[in-house]
Design a protein around this ligand. Sequence first.
Ligand SMILES: C[C@@]1(CC(=O)O)c2cc3[nH]c(cc4nc(cc5[nH]c(cc(n2)[C@H]1CCC(=O)O)[C@@](C)(CC(=O)O)[C@@H]5CCC(=O)O)C(CC(=O)O)=C4CCC(=O)O)c(CCC(=O)O)c3CC(=O)O
Ligand SMILES: NC(=O)C1=CN([C@@H]2O[C@H](COP(=O)(O)OP(=O)(O)OC[C@H]3O[C@@H](n4cnc5c(N)ncnc54)[C@H](O)[C@@H]3O)[C@@H](O)[C@H]2O)C=CC1
Length: 214
Amino acid sequence: MGWTSLFLDVNGKKVFILGTGEVAHRRADRFLENGSKVILSGNKISKDLSDKGAILEEDGSKETYKKLVDWADIVVVASGDKANNDYVSHISKDKLLNRADFPEKGDLVVPTSFCIDDIQISIFTNGKSPLMARELRKKIQNIVSDEDILQIKLQDFSRKILKEKFDNQKVRKEYLYKILNNSNISKLLKEGKLKEAENYVEKIINNNDNNNDR
Ligand SMILES: C[C@@]1(CC(=O)O)c2cc3[nH]c(cc4nc(cc5[nH]c(cc(n2)[C@H]1CCC(=O)O)[C@@](C)(CC(=O)O)[C@@H]5CCC(=O)O)C(CC(=O)O)=C4CCC(=O)O)c(CCC(=O)O)c3CC(=O)O
Ligand SMILES: NC(=O)C1=CN([C@@H]2O[C@H](COP(=O)(O)OP(=O)(O)OC[C@H]3O[C@@H](n4cnc5c(N)ncnc54)[C@H](O)[C@@H]3O)[C@@H](O)[C@H]2O)C=CC1
């Protein structure tokens, strides 16, 4: 196994989900929230999913599975029927495949994932304990501070100015570390003063500041 975390842009991607149970609903929701087109194969989907644009295909024939797999960019196998799960996985060899029943036989894992403002954090325990993935999510949610969130916004602000001003990436990097480690900036962010921190950054970049403590 060689799992590594990557972020995939699923906006506009076509997702075929085999199954309409708990896991199938959870996967459908995640893809719909991120702009994918989703078709589920099974007997019933919630009103919430259909309101979000999910389509239900009730015909469970092999021909229909084949058509749906051809249509899809991503296939999710999440039914409780082993034979169907195996069949659809077998015909999905050249698609990105997520298997809820045998994750290691697919090539995509859907980790628990959450956003705190601009940060997206995903946790994967290598299939060992989804429940612990959920517990760790709660712990991490509690340690990210408002200052961290503002520092992300400030770094974004700074990077844009630096990219305009300096061609050399090493120079840009040097400034970004200065900003990150500057105690005056840290104090301003603790007090929630993003605008003032931005003004301070402009001073540092324009070299008017003699007091940046790196
Ligand atoms: C590999 C992966 C699948 C993938 O990539 O699709 C996978 C696989 C499996 N999960 C199973 C069981 C459970 N999964 C949950 C819950 C979650 N499962 C999630 C992810 C993943 N689960 C992926 C990576 C996991 C990792 O390693 O970190 C979460 C985090 C995210 C999400 O699904 O949205 C979500 C929590 C959402 C949240 O709150 O954040 C619960 C709890 C519950 O239902 O209440 C149980 C019952 C308790 C238990 O069994 O632990 C079984 C069946 C085992 C069996 O047959 O007994 C398999 C298959 C297997 O293990 O073979
Ligand atoms: N990845 C994950 O997080 C998890 C994965 N699983 C795995 O995914 C599969 C689906 O899990 P859930 O959605 O929680 O189950 P569920 O019972 O909520 O849904 C199962 C779906 O499969 C359909 N189905 C068709 N034929 C079936 C048959 N012969 N037996 C049972 N169901 C049949 C049901 O109609 C339903 O749509 C489980 O079998 C398990 O292997 C289970 C829990 C969590």
